[in-house]
Design a protein around this ligand. Structure first.
Ligand SMILES: Cc1ncc(COP(=O)(O)O)c(C=O)c1O
Length: 491
């Protein structure tokens, strides 16, 4: 294919590409046969690349994807299904086969319109509620399909995977359902709740490795030694095909959509969904969202090769994959219109909005799509029909508690300030009276005397309090500033 010709032009940034959409639209009539259509799309992409008509949507190098790190090479053990030197582009027919096979084995989750958020954001907004799967994420789709595709011998021997969370849960549960032995290697940082759930689903759970990279090395070593099949949770071709069924389902559930917003970690989900959606309706805009703490998909797209991108800790832990999958990247290439990244505050706010408005508990990785909308990263979607994937709900209760506080703070409903008041009797009573008259509720209050440089009859009071909204907080700030000279407000 033309994709293999070397690309000497500098890496290009992704952008919505109308030329590509139109080209794909014109050949949509041949979409009845997914494979034929797929080939056609790839030919168009290839000729566009050869003619230099990339228009920004095909930002990757046309050479086989290179990897800066030996992605799947652990102590000499490579994953034969995920080879960065020979990436595999999956076909639409694999997604339809997956849909047929997993039917009845995974939930058909609702995809419903949000009245309030549609109004707030000025668009027709639908949420695909994948957090309602049995194990709390879409990962069941790929996991079940990968297990169903095993040969008799592989089924008897079993499978192995490295995962800190949702893929491990999905594989453990469906392994139990299908009677296939599952081993998961979970890094020591994996949440205890997820480790114990995998055990409850009957998996052999090994908690080893400081991070997912080390856990993967260990898992590949065991796979080689014991003959288990290693199933990469974001790059195995069957995983990509399984995740693609989510795209098919969305198109069945909501008519005439303009855009679909997809969280991106290792890239398996967006690869499958983009292929499904663009094959059936090329005019749908596919938008990827990742966390600012690990923008590995965008970095690799811009560079035209797989780049190991250091990740910092994040609420969207499911998206913290330093090197995206080679097959995922090769499959998604040319089918994704735009990728944006979101900050931690917006993820916290998104989780809060989903709880308050949708009555939905969604984990950070699953909430980045709404975070992108709330933080104004996708203004072009105003007035459009948009589906946002809420793809997981596995958040630790303790993290959820902290996240709600973070969200309230971002929303201006949890504020803190310092004020210097009189240390004579009644000084603090006056302050609390002012706060109560303003309708603010005190959560925490404490004084500081020793370090004040002003007169000894003053005291610095630090207050944390709850307000109705940001306007209310600003009102309170004005009231305090009109009463006291030394007020330090943090909104
Ligand atoms: C809830 C959730 N959303 C999105 C993703 C991203 O999927 P992928 O790694 O296939 O890009 C993950 C990955 O674990 C996830 O757990």
């Amino acid at each position: 294919m033309g994709r293999k010709s070397p690309n000497t032009s500098p890496p290009k940034k992704l952008a919505v590409d109308h030329h590509h959409h139109q080209t794909r639209k014109r050949i949509a009539s041949v979409a009845a046969d997914g494979d034929a259509y797929n080939r056609k799309v790839r030919e168009i992409d290839s000729s566009a690349i050869e003619n230099g008509v990339t228009n920004g949507t095909v930002p990757l190098s046309t050479s086989p994807i290179e990897s800066k790190e030996m992605h799947d090479n652990s102590a000499g053990h490579k994953d034969p299904h995920c080879d960065p030197d020979n990436p595999r582009i999956i076909q639409f027919s694999e997604i339809s086969a997956a849909a047929f096979n997993i039917k009845g084995g995974v939930e058909r989750t609702p995809c419903t319109r949000s009245n309030q958020l549609s109004k707030m954001l000025g668009m027709e907004l639908y949420f695909k509620k994948e957090f309602l799967q049995v194990t709390g994420s879409f990962k069941e789709r790929g996991a079940r399909y990968a297990l169903l595709k095993l040969t008799k011998e592989q089924r008897d021997l079993g499978v192995i995977a490295a995962s800190a969370g949702n893929h491990a849960l999905a594989l453990s549960y469906h392994g139990q359902q299908l009677g296939i032995p599952v081993t998961v290697v979970m890094p020591v940082i994996a949440p205890l709740m997820k480790i114990s759930m995998c055990r409850q689903y009957g998996a052999n759970v090994m908690v080893q490795g400081a991070n997912i990279g080390v856990a993967k090395e260990i898992a590949l070593g065991i796979a080689f030694e014991k003959g288990y099949k290693y199933i990469n949770g974001y790059d195995h071709p069957d995983i990509l095909a399984g995740q693609g069924t989510l795209g098919l389902e969305v198109l069945e559930q909501v008519s005439n959509i303009d855009a679909i917003i997809v969280p991106v970690g290792g890239g398996g989900l967006i690869a499958g969904v983009a292929l499904a959606v663009k094959t059936l309706n090329p005019s749908v805009t596919v938008i990827g969202v990742e966390g600012e703490s690990c923008p590995s998909f965008q970095t690799s797209l811009n560079a035209g090769q797989l780049i190991n991108t250091p990740c910092t800790s994040t609420l969207a832990d499911g998206l913290a994959v330093p090197t995206v999958g080679a097959n995922a990247m090769a499959t998604a290439r040319g089918l994704v219109d735009k990728v944006v990244s979101v900050c931690e505050e917006s993820i916290a706010l998104s989780i809060l909005r989903l709880i308050e408005i949708e009555k939905a508990v969604v984990e950070g990785a699953g909430a980045v799509g709404l975070a992108a909308l709330l933080s104004g990263k996708l203004p072009e979607l105003a007035g459009k029909r948009v589906v946002c994937l809420l793809c997981g709900g596995n958040i630790d209760t303790t993290v959820l508690g902290r996240t709600i506080e973070r969200g309230l703070a971002t929303d201006g409903r949890l504020i803190h300030f310092e004020v210097v008041v009189s240390d004579r009797p009644g000084g603090i009573a006056e302050l609390t009276a002012l706060l109560s008259q303003s309708g603010a509720s005190i959560k925490d209050i404490f004084h500081e005397r020793a370090w004040l440089r002003t007169d000894v009859f003053s005291v610095r009071v630090k207050v944390v309090c709850e307000t109705r909204d940001r306007e209310h907080a600003v009102e309170l700030e004005n009231v305090l500033k009109s009463h006291y000279n030394d007020v330090n407000f943090n909104l």
